[in-house]
Design a protein around this ligand. Structure first.
Ligand SMILES: [Fe+2]
Length: 239
């Protein structure tokens, strides 16, 4: 099973604060049957091309620091793939060489939507971004916008047919369950992520939520998650 959304890299964003914390997060994920993790540090476009370059250099350094400690200790932990959690902004749409933020060398990009009521133009912008750059988006944590976004706008999002990710903890959020209920059976929610930020704050928890998810969303939902997880692992392993 793959965790498609995590802030596992040390000293990078608001995720793991040290190599030790990253390793402990990976150990917790491994204990829950996670074999692969995509590191998805936050990316927000701030300064044309430079910010993508800076991000990639910083990500490489953080990753190498973590990997060399894992190797030094001889630990057997989930395999890490490199990606980003890219915030959809106009600046990003206009940036050059955006595909470098896709997961490894694939065409898949984890895209975070804005935290305010969505507008139709935003979906057109997202559609153009993906079409013009051959990007296959995974919409990050559909459950985390429910406080700001209306049912009508969720309808528009899901009508686009993109694959979507939810955080495992969504089952404990009554409003998220209510707003997403219709799509839990749609097959479009293909990935469950931890969106883990640390050991204490938003820890990498899956197990304790899965029984609840199964009850609320049904066996087919879990099966769909497992199928997409296996397909993504295969794609990333063979990239
Ligand atoms: Fe995140």
């Amino acid at each position: 099973m793959i965790d498609v959304h995590s802030h596992i890299l040390p000293e990078f964003d608001d995720g793991a604060k040290s190599v030790d914390e990253s390793i402990n997060m990976l150990k917790i994920l491994k204990d829950q049957g996670i074999t692969h993790v995509i590191a998805t540090p936050h990316f927000k476009m701030t300064d044309s091309k430079k910010s993508i370059d800076d991000f990639l250099i910083k990500r490489k350094k953080s990753y190498q620091k973590l990997i060399s400690e894992i190797e030094k200790q001889g630990l057997d932990l989930p395999k890490i793939f490199l990606g980003a959690e890219v915030l959809l902004t106009m600046d990003f749409v206009e940036a050059m060489d955006k595909n470098r933020l896709c997961i490894e060398n694939t065409d898949i990009m984890l895209i975070e939507l804005p935290y305010y009521e969505w507008q139709s133009w935003m979906f057109r912008m997202l559609g153009d971004l993906c079409k013009e750059n051959n990007i296959v988006p995974i919409i990050a944590h559909a459950d985390r916008y429910v406080d700001f976004v209306s049912n009508e706008m969720y309808e528009q999002l899901f009508s686009l047919g993109y694959k979507t990710q939810v955080n495992a903890e969504f089952v404990c959020d009554k409003l998220a369950v209510k707003k997403l209920k219709k799509w839990l059976k749609s097959g479009q929610i293909c990935y469950v992520g931890s969106d883990a930020h640390g050991i204490d704050f938003r820890p990498p928890t899956f197990d304790s939520y899965f029984n609840k998810i199964k009850k609320i969303a049904g066996d087919d939902f879990i099966k769909n998650i497992e199928i997409h997880s296996a397909e993504l692992i295969e794609k990333l392993e063979n990239k």
